[in-house]
Design a protein around this ligand. Structure first.
Ligand SMILES: [Zn+2]
Ligand SMILES: [Zn+2]
Length: 282
């Protein structure tokens, strides 16, 4: 059986910043750095970790909520950085920070980083070349899929996300809340369009399409603080999973302000309780 070696900790997620720590048998990588150096350090400290323990940074796309802290963090801690060629072109490489050069993801194959292999899938989003990531811990074989920021789900993604142990997917908005909410029409169109963000219903459909008996936990991310509620997002995905016969129970929703407890490949959660974290609110 695949053990609990692979672990995922969402350090924070939403339109004001995203970062996800992935721990494996031979090392740890960070997916996205949408927080500044101080916030990243604090968030890692809340889960008992240090930036020096991270071996590399993977960036899904160049939007500021995913990459604003990338240059400073890489300059500070020397993390190698990986992204698609398009994302690398779009990343801000000006300013006083001088991190090592970015490395493009291997196309039509896997990128090997610190005991993981990373396979990427292009996803539709209003960025240069946004990627979803399938990350495999080589020694245990455990796999996590991470899909952040996509307007719709391409067939290639469902195929790439087969046989995952953990699935991290954006569940941005409730369609009705977005439609009735305060955003201007143009922004509503952008969010709900094919190059925007997944609704709770879209996320539920993707998750249920990827469901199989070995899937241990689902982590919903990038929830809108205006147009969504964690309970609604969780309920919609749970209902879809029930309909396809998934018998698990572990569906979590990440928040913007504080890290979510770590979730292991066997579905177990660990780390500070939510109440402990609230006591140390950022
Ligand atoms: Zn985003
Ligand atoms: Zn984006």
């Amino acid at each position: 059986m695949r053990g609990g070696v692979l672990r995922v900790t969402v350090l924070g997620s939403g339109s004001r910043g995203n970062a996800i720590l992935v721990d494996g048998t031979d090392g740890s990588v960070l997916v996205d750095a949408g927080f500044g150096v101080r916030s990243l350090t604090r968030r890692l400290a809340l889960v008992g970790r240090r930036p020096e323990e991270i071996a590399a940074l993977l960036v899904t796309h160049e939007h500021t909520d995913h990459a604003s802290g990338a240059a400073a963090a890489r300059a500070r801690w020397g993390w190698p950085g990986y992204a698609s060629s398009g994302t690398i072109e779009g990343l801000d490489r000006t300013g006083e920070h001088r991190p090592p050069p970015w490395q493009p993801f291997v196309e039509a194959g896997a990128t090997s980083v610190s005991g993981f292999t990373i396979e990427t899938t292009a996803v539709p989003h209003d960025a240069r070349d946004c990627r979803a990531l399938a990350i495999t811990d080589v020694r245990s074989g455990a796999r996590v899929g991470i899909a952040m920021d996509l307007g719709r789900v391409p067939e290639t993604l469902t195929a790439a996300f087969a046989r995952l142990d953990l699935l991290v997917v954006e569940s941005n908005h409730d369609e009705e809340m977005l439609a009735r909410g305060p955003y201007p029409w143009s922004l509503k169109q952008r969010i709900s369009g094919g190059l925007g963000h997944l609704s709770n219903g879209d996320a539920a459909a993707l998750v249920s399409a990827c469901a199989h008996p070995g899937l241990r936990a689902v982590l919903l991310t990038h929830l809108s603080e205006i147009n969504n509620r964690p309970a609604m997002a969780i309920a919609e995905t749970r209902a879809a999973l029930r309909r396809v016969g998934w018998t698990g129970d572990a569906v979590h929703a990440a928040g913007q302000r504080i890290p979510l407890a770590a979730v292991a490949a066997n579905g177990a959660t660990s780390g500070p309780s939510r109440n402990d974290q609230l006591g140390l609110a950022l």
